[in-house]
Ligand binder design. Sequence first.
Ligand SMILES: NC(=O)c1ccc[n+]([C@@H]2O[C@H](COP(=O)([O-])OP(=O)(O)OC[C@H]3O[C@@H](n4cnc5c(N)ncnc54)[C@H](OP(=O)(O)O)[C@@H]3O)[C@@H](O)[C@H]2O)c1
Length: 279
Amino acid sequence: MKILITGSNGMLAKAVKNEFKDEELVLTDVNELDITDLEKAISFINEIKPDIIINCAAYTAVDKAEEQKEIAYKVNAIGPKNLAIASKVCNSILVHISTDYVFGGNKPISEEYVEDDIKEPQAVYGSTKLEGEKFIEKECDMFYIFRTAWLYGDGNNFVRTMIEAAKTHNKVYVVNDQHGSPTYAVDLASIIHQAINKRIPYGIYNATNIGNTTWFDFTRDIYKIKGIKTEVIPVTSEEYKRPAKRPLNSQMSKEKLLEFGIKIPSYKDALERYINIEK
Ligand SMILES: NC(=O)c1ccc[n+]([C@@H]2O[C@H](COP(=O)([O-])OP(=O)(O)OC[C@H]3O[C@@H](n4cnc5c(N)ncnc54)[C@H](OP(=O)(O)O)[C@@H]3O)[C@@H](O)[C@H]2O)c1
């Protein structure tokens, strides 16, 4: 299989490269293929004719997006649209990554979002990602959109930040009213691989590790595994205000993927593996 990976220096892209290392890979960063440029996307993709395009490119600065709406829209909405058009021209399968932020986050905590639930993004990043999903649905048929959340892996991420913070702080304050599933990029890459191998039906799938937690409890898990004694103090989202509103409930059901026999590890198992690799 010939696979084109866009945004190849990103956190997920690194895990995807490794997951698909036995395939013929074409890796492109923004200089080699800027996904916001339709002509370039079509000519580049037409030349290499990949069987699959895995779009790991995105504008992921959630808070900055509030001020940089245009660039966020270009990368997160127009970019996927361009890739969808180009993939149709070349008969390639398009794999794209979206986010829990397309949902409103106000479902009761006892419930998880399913794929078809109403979309009510609360901030710019989520609305641009939702536009990207819609363009893909409109422009091509052979696509997978995997909605993930709370991603960590080889790059700057929450786990690394909390471990670093503990080196200089006796206490850390962590939000305790946002609920979701931390997701190891390596496991998301494996989900993508399994889905392709099994040729599950095209469409949109929630794709995070299994199990729900809060950032506060997740930090306690991180410190427990690392043997860190720093005290973790719970705070509310109201107390820890950010420019972009965060969903309180980011929990997404994985039933749709599980029904097709996709194996998804728990977030606790994933965290242990990640921390052991990072050591
Ligand atoms: N991180 C999370 O917690 C999270 C949560 C939910 C969903 N997601 C989604 O998961 C996917 C992967 O996220 P990630 O954390 O791996 O992202 P990331 O580390 O920020 O990587 C994104 C990559 O896209 C590149 N890029 C930006 N604009 C581009 C353009 N116009 N053309 C080509 N490449 C471009 C970036 O290059 P530069 O660095 O040079 O700008 C970067 O290498 C994204 O779709 C994201 O929306 C992430």
